[in-house]
Write a protein that binds this ligand. Structure first.
Ligand SMILES: [Cu+2]
Length: 591
């Protein structure tokens, strides 16, 4: 169903808010952030919403810090109202008119989840992208309740990058982040200053993009009450309204100058493919991407011709040149990615027609830029950016430990399918149970499942300062953004694969499958690594019929960390696992 709905809210009427900056250096590196219930207006024509926010705002303040200047944050949990989100599973995936229920506001016949309504505000804070000691990393089970507080130490001995902090509570991260518990965190360093990149307002603008839905009042008007709605077919919430820095479809007045736009997809589940349109035509050539999740790329790159693809938690650092544009020129940013995202392409030239109800994309709108009068100020784009990293050398990887993870979709009785994962380890020759056989550049290896749930025993013990190669095999029909805590990684390969899973091959814990490199005949994805992915990443999209290989080298801190899918509805239900980084000197003492 390609037809669009008429938006119930006027697009491009609210000015893009820029979150308050909280500069650590002005507070001797000691910050206090209060988690509070507050009210927030997501759109001019919406009633106020109750939210949970860091310092009571959506998004929270943007914390700015310098590389290697440690920051201590006292996270004060002062939440004094229950979860301000109505949570429901609608009884059917589409309404009587055939419109998918996730495309429209209101409960769509669902009942309010009373367990969610009873959530009082237990929290734990994770600094995503932070090179953080385990004790401050925000382990998903180390909660602090309203009235309790946590002090986290962030050494920040890491390169400049756009990080973000958000809630990470086991099982309900999807609800706590949706309620508003997310904010940006910028690390700055000398290399960026040498390059004379815009820093701070007005020419550096962060965009935190999320999708939200709202309940209806008794008269079927939008009530402003936040609504997390899923349905029997889709266990992730894909909300119809795109919110940038806390406003639905905002507009930003820009001078005719080069802007540094720092984009984060902070949605629960939705992937965006961002296209800039001018006079209904794609206008992507004025964008140059200079950085990714963990900061600067080695050289500037164009965004892919289809648009800038960002799954949940991925970031992009962009230079956008508005200097040639007349006052009054409007550039509209649209999203062309349908949901659940499966890696499919969509031509940028058709972005105006991207609305797709079956693809849970009723409104492609994201935001608009409007050029004002001013003196044109184009900025030179440096040819060389980062000089502090190289792709890992082949000999460094030759003997590196290999780890394998399979992403699987398990069918459940009377519930939507569960997207989850299986940790694998090579099976002994005499192993008799189900096996996953993977044939790739390392040969044919038979694996058995060694962990299926978060609580299962830890099986990954990476040694500090040693490269590892992780192979992530996607046996599902959706793209999963896989995120590792602690250090960034580099993407080595994106292989098309064929896989066969026998009937009942995906058990409660087991997995039986055969995976071989090579393209499935009906596979239309190109499985390439985009230029803007050849940097230091902490989240990588793993598409259907694909095996992604990453090289990661954990450094600095020993301890218990997590890796997981960053679709929050997936991570909350076991698409998340621990790993323990070990100092080399302790390895001889491990059993
Ligand atoms: Cu996932």
């Amino acid at each position: 169903m390609k037809r669009a709905l008429t938006p119930p809210l006027a697009p491009y009427v609210d000015a893009l808010p820029v979150p308050r900056r909280l500069r650590a250096a002005e507070h001797d590196g000691r910050l206090t952030v209060h988690m509070r219930a507050a009210t927030h207006r997501f759109h001019r024509d919406l009633p106020e919403s109750t939210i949970w926010g860091y310092d009571g705002t959506v998004p929270g303040p943007t914390i700015e810090a310098e590389r290697a200047q440690p920051v201590t944050v006292e996270w004060r949990n002062e939440l004094d109202r229950p979860l301000p989100v109505v949570v429901t599973i609608a009884p059917a995936a589409a309404d009587d008119d055939g419109v998918p229920v996730q495309c429209v506001p209101g409960l769509s016949g669902g009942v309010r989840d009373e367990h969610a309504a009873a959530l009082s505000g237990n929290t734990v804070v994770h600094l995503h992208g932070g090179l953080t000691p385990a004790s401050s990393d925000g382990w998903a089970e180390n909660l602090f309740a309203p009235g309790q507080h946590a002090v986290s130490h962030y050494p920040l001995d890491q390169r400049a990058a756009l990080l973000w902090y958000h809630d990470h509570v086991m099982g309900v991260t999807k609800l706590d982040v949706y309620a508003g518990l997310a904010g940006l965190w910028v690390v700055r360093d000398e290399r960026e200053r040498e390059l004379d990149l815009p820093e701070g307002p007005p020419f550096e603008v962060p965009l935190l993009i999320q999708d939200r839905n709202f309940d209806l009042d008794g008269a079927d008007r939008l009530s402003g009450r936040l609504l997390h709605k899923t349905d029997p077919d889709v266990m992730e919430a894909f909300a119809p309204f795109t919110v940038v820095n806390g406003k639905v479809w905002p507009v930003l007045d820009v001078q005719p100058a080069t802007y540094r736009i720092r984009v984060l997809n902070g949605s629960n589940a939705r992937t965006y493919r961002l296209v800039l349109l001018r006079d209904d035509e794609p206008d992507l050539d004025r964008i140059v991407q200079i950085g990714t999740d963990h900061g600067l790329l080695r050289a500037p790159v164009r965004v892919p011709p289809g648009g800038l693809l960002l799954a949940s938690a991925e970031r992009a650092d962009l230079l956008v040149d508005f200097s040639d544009l007349e006052p009054g020129t409007e550039l509209t940013m649209l999203n062309t990615a349908s949901a659940p995202f499966d890696g499919s392409s969509f031509p940028a030239a058709d972005a105006e027609q991207a609305a797709d109800l079956d693809g849970l994309l009723p409104y492609p709108h994201v935001m608009r830029f409007r050029v004002t009068a001013g003196i044109a100020a184009q900025r030179r784009i440096p040819r060389e950016l980062a000089t502090d990293y190289d792709p890992p050398a082949a000999d460094a990887l030759a003997g590196a430990p290999r780890r394998a993870i399979a992403l699987v979709e398990r069918e459940l009785d009377g519930e939507p399918n569960m997207l989850t994962l299986r940790e694998l380890a090579p099976a002994d020759d005499d192993h008799s149970g189900p096996v996953v056989t993977i044939t790739d550049g390392d040969g044919t290896i038979r694996y058995r499942v060694v962990a299926a749930q978060f609580e299962d025993t830890t099986t990954f013990f990476p040694m500090l300062d040693e490269y590892e190669v992780w192979k992530i095999v996607n046996l599902t029909g959706d793209t999963h953004p896989i995120h590792l805590h602690l250090d960034p990684f580099q993407i080595l390969a994106r292989h098309p694969i064929r896989h066969e899973i026998p009937a009942d091959g995906i058990g409660e814990r087991d997995l039986e499958a055969t995976v071989t490199l090579g393209r499935d005949p009906d596979d239309e994805l190109d499985h390439t690594i985009d230029d803007n992915e050849r940097g230091l990443k902490d989240t990588v999209r793993v598409n259907p019929k694909e095996m992604v290989e990453i090289a990661v080298r954990f450094t600095t801190y020993s301890g218990r960390y997590m890796y997981h899918c960053h679709i929050l509805e997936h991570e909350d239900r076991d698409m998340m696992r621990p790993f323990v980084t070990m100092a080399a000197e302790l390895m001889p003492f491990m059993a």
